[in-house]
Design a protein around this ligand. Structure first.
Ligand code: HEC
Length: 140
């Protein structure tokens, strides 16, 4: 059995009220967005370096600071991207950093003991290590 067809106006009063509210809010938002000073772009890490930062906080931050010159256990890493290239002749920044993580005993930073864990090469995935190096290279 067919139900009687009910005609309804496409814009019921309730709907059009909501629609107008929407238009009003759209303009308010647009005004608010244009009214303020253009926001400074926030420097963001590329996704690989950002993943490296997460690994760093988890595995490395207990011993290494990344801002300032405070020594916790290991050398502070602020500016390491620039220093790394000059540490070992024949090693660019990237290979020095990679070696520092995989085989920290190969080069001992002056004034420090070789207490950095030597098992990161087994503990971390290749991706995590690549990400860590990418992250350390951002510490200029
Ligand atoms: C238990 C403390 C400890 C942890 C955890 C640790 N390190 Fe180290 N790290 C050291 C010490 C001590 C040194 C200095 C001795 C040496 O050169 O091996 C060092 C040296 C380094 C250096 C060389 C710095 C320079 O100025 O040349 C880098 C790079 C480094 N660590 C990165 C890392 C990264 C990345 C992690 C995490 C995956 C990490 N460390 C975890 C203690 C630690």
């Amino acid at each position: 059995m067919m139900r009687p067809h009910r005609h309804s106006h496409p814009f019921t009063p309730a709907l059009s009220k909501a629609a107008w509210l929407g238009v009003l809010f759209f303009f308010l938002f647009t005004l608010a967005a244009c009214g303020g000073e253009a926001a400074e772009p926030t420097p963001t890490l590329d996704p690989v370096a950002a993943a490296g930062e997460v690994v760093f906080r988890r595995e490395c931050a207990a011993c290494h600071t990344i801002t300032g010159s405070t020594v916790v256990v290991g050398p502070p890493l602020m500016g390491i991207a620039a220093r790394a290239a000059a540490r070992v002749p024949g090693q660019d920044a990237q290979s020095y950093l990679l070696t520092s993580i995989m085989r920290p005993d190969e080069y001992i930073v002056e004034g420090f003991e070789n207490t950095m864990p030597t098992n990161f090469g087994r503990k971390l995935t290749g991706e995590e290590i690549d990400a860590l190096v990418a992250y350390l290279l951002t510490l200029e």
